[in-house]
Structures are given as structure tokens and as C-alpha cells.
Design a protein around this ligand. Structure first.
Ligand code: FES
Ligand SMILES: [Fe+2]
Length: 371
């Protein structure tokens, strides 16, 4: 039985990947001319919106003497540090003014930067691109762009509804993610009289295939006890319903369900906050029931219930993990978790050697488990 390299023993940079976009804050919490704190893979950030609503993200530490910039003054343009009044352009971090300089002191102010991160407003969240760390002691340089735009929830029509849910969990990103992709906890964690009971447990067989940076549970008629599926059954006949679930590094699970002209799609992320803390954010978009009152609320209620059950479970699990126990992953139910660890290792290896990433899956695989 293969062991699991316990996340609590991994090096920080192997546990929390850089060079990716991460969700930082719900967009509706970040108002113009205001500053907010956030932490993404242990990096303190100050996030805000300028006068016209454009979001920005800076390292929450003044390059002068480390004062948190969120304690500074910001009225929609430059951010002024609260300690000695240095001012920074919020979008590129460039220093604009050092009040203590006399007219004959020719320090090149514009060569000083507060660390700045690419930032996007996407599907109700502020996303921040976390670069790979630069050389130690190099200071901050002008910002570089992210190689790709932030991920988006897939949408199939121009009109749709969007909702989000989030929950903080006191476990590492790895436990958050493998908990999210774990098929065997359903009957024990997600029980409800109106939903399913332990007695509904039955054997399942699912096809998986490799995709770039991840794997896909191939399009199929969804499990008869999945939430959106039960609702979709009211609208379309069972045979026309297909669903695809993808996982891609570093932390993204997307689910797409289509039934004729109706669709439901979600993009869930598990974001590393610190090495022992992560946050799950679910953003869902759909075009069914748009005109029916209450149905979105029912959907949100069902999802909230699920997320809360997972959160509570991980809170309890964190108690057990404190003692650094020996852990194991078993076939077939924990195979997606094994793929996750293998994908991560392959990604880090490709980065280390500068070669192309070697995907751990050779081809399609069928997994069987009872849940
Ligand atoms: S610490 Fe920020 S201006 Fe001195
Ligand atoms: Fe769950």
C-alpha cells in the first residue's frame, strides 16, 4: 500500500505551487478607493480598486522598512505608506515620491518598486497571478505580465446566473484538494434525508483520461445522486444529460453539465493561504431556472450544505493531522489523489529541468469504487 508523503512534511514550495493564478477575494467585497488584506501562498497582499474600479494587488510590505501597505493612505490613485509617506503607483508598484528627499539628493525614486502582481476581475472574484519567487535579496523589479489570462467559468449562452460560495479550511492545500476529488466520502459526509443515505451506496465505474496538467472524468451520464443532475432530470430526459469533470493544476476543478439547451457549470478552486490553511471557492454559472423563483436559492442551499459538510470534516481531520500521522492512499478510490501528487511532482520536475512535463497517466483508465 503506497504511503502518502504527508503534506505537513513537504517543503513550502513543493506544497504551494507558484506560477499560477489564484482567487484572492470575492469581487463584491473590494470597493473603490479601499484597501483589503489577503494572503496567497503565504505572501501578504494588499488588494484594492483604483478610482475607476480597476483592481490591483501589491505585496503588503513597504520596500523601505516593511510597513504593511494596507495601513497606508489610498484615495484611488497612489498608495501612500503610513510610516514615511513613500508613494507607489498601485498598478505597477513603482515608487512615485519620497517626501524626505531634498532637492539635491538624487536617489532614483522611479527605480524603487513595491512588489506588484497581475490582477484580474473574473466571474465574481479578484484573481492574482503569483509569480515564481525571484532571486533572494534581489528586491522588487518592474512587474511582469502573467503568461495567460485568469481562468474562467465556462458559459454556453450569453444569459446566465452566477453565484459563489466559500469556506476556509484548517488543512494544507493538498488535503483540501484530495478531499475535493475524493469519491468515497460521499455516503458518510454528505448524508441528508432529502438527499441520500449510507444505504444508497453502490458500485461505480468511471472513465478517466489525461488532459494537459490534469485529468478528466470523461463525459458520461452523471451519477444518479449528484445534485445538479437531480434538478436537471426535471428538465431533460436522462439520456441527453452529460457531465464532464476536470481537474487541472494547481487547484482547479471544473464541472460541466449539459442537457439540450440547458447547462450548469462550475469552477471550484482550493487556494493555498498558508501551509496549514486553505480556502475553497465554488463559482457556479447556469442558464436553467433563471426565470423560476427560488430554484437558484435551492441550488445554493444544496451547495452550501455540501461545502459546510466538507469544511466541518476537514476541521475535524485537522485535529488528527496535528500529530503527524502515517497516511495511506488506496486503489481505486484514492487514485485521483495519487494522480494529483504525481502531477505536482511532474510539474516541479519539468520546472527544475526546463524540460516538458511528463504526464503521469499513459492513457485512459477506468476506476471502480463503491460510494
Ligand atoms: S516604511 Fe514605508 S515609507 Fe518607510
Ligand atoms: Fe465533499
Amino acid at each position: 500500500m503506497p504511503d502518502l508523503d504527508p503534506p505537513q512534511r513537504q517543503a513550502t514550495d513543493a506544497l504551494m505551487l507558484t506560477g499560477f493564478w489564484y482567487r484572492a477575494l470575492p469581487a463584491d467585497r473590494v470597493h473603490r478607493n479601499q484597501l483589503h488584506k489577503a494572503t496567497l501562498p503565504e505572501i501578504p497582499l494588499v488588494i484594492g480598486r483604483d478610482r475607476v474600479g480597476q483592481p490591483f494587488a501589491l505585496r503588503d510590505s513597504c520596500p523601505h522598512r516593511g510597513m504593511p501597505l494596507n495601513c497606508g493612505k489610498f484615495e484611488g490613485e497612489n498608495l501612500e505608506c503610513g510610516y514615511h509617506g513613500w508613494q507607489f503607483d498601485v498598478h505597477n508598484g513603482q515608487c512615485q515620491l519620497i517626501p524626505s528627499l531634498t532637492s539635491d539628493q538624487n536617489l532614483k525614486v522611479d527605480r524603487i518598486y513595491a512588489g506588484s502582481y497581475p490582477c484580474e476581475d473574473q466571474d465574481g472574484f479578484i484573481w492574482v497571478y503569483i509569480h515564481d519567487p525571484g532571486a533572494p535579496g534581489a528586491g522588487f523589479a518592474p512587474p511582469t505580465d502573467a503568461p495567460d489570462p485568469a481562468p474562467q467559468v465556462e458559459k454556453f449562452t450569453s444569459k446566465y446566473k452566477l453565484a459563489y460560495l466559500q469556506a476556509e479550511m484548517p488543512v494544507s492545500i493538498d488535503h483540501g484538494i484530495i478531499g475535493l476529488m475524493d469519491p468515497a466520502h460521499g455516503p458518510f459526509v454528505h448524508q441528508a434525508w432529502w438527499w441520500r443515505t449510507q444505504h444508497s451506496i453502490h458500485e461505480k465505474k468511471k472513465n478517466f483520461e489525461p488532459i494537459p496538467n490534469g485529468f478528466r472524468m470523461a463525459a458520461h451520464t452523471p451519477s444518479s445522486n449528484s445534485a445538479p443532475y437531480k434538478l436537471l432530470r426535471l428538465y431533460a430526459d436522462a439520456d441527453s444529460i452529460t457531465t464532464t469533470i476536470d481537474f487541472v493544476l494547481p487547484n482547479i476543478r471544473t464541472e460541466t453539465i449539459r442537457a439540450g439547451k440547458y447547462w450548469f457549470s462550475s469552477l471550484t478552486t482550493v487556494t493555498p493561504i498558508t501551509r496549514s490553511h486553505c480556502r475553497i471557492d465554488v463559482v457556479a454559472a447556469w442558464n436553467l431556472f433563471r426565470w423560476v423563483p427560488f430554484v437558484p436559492d435551492v441550488l445554493k442551499f444544496v451547495f452550501a450544505k455540501f461545502v459546510e459538510q466538507d469544511r466541518r470534516t476537514m476541521e475535524l481531520q485537522a485535529e488528527g493531522l496535528k500529530h503527524n500521522p502515517h497516511l495511506m492512499l488506496i486503489d481505486d478510490a484514492d487514485r485521483p489523489a495519487k494522480w494529483y501528487f504525481q502531477l505536482k511532482a511532474a510539474h516541479l520536475e519539468a520546472k527544475r529541468t526546463g524540460s516538458e512535463m511528463k504526464h503521469p497517466m499513459q492513457g485512459p483508465v477506468t476506476l471502480r469504487w463503491r460510494s
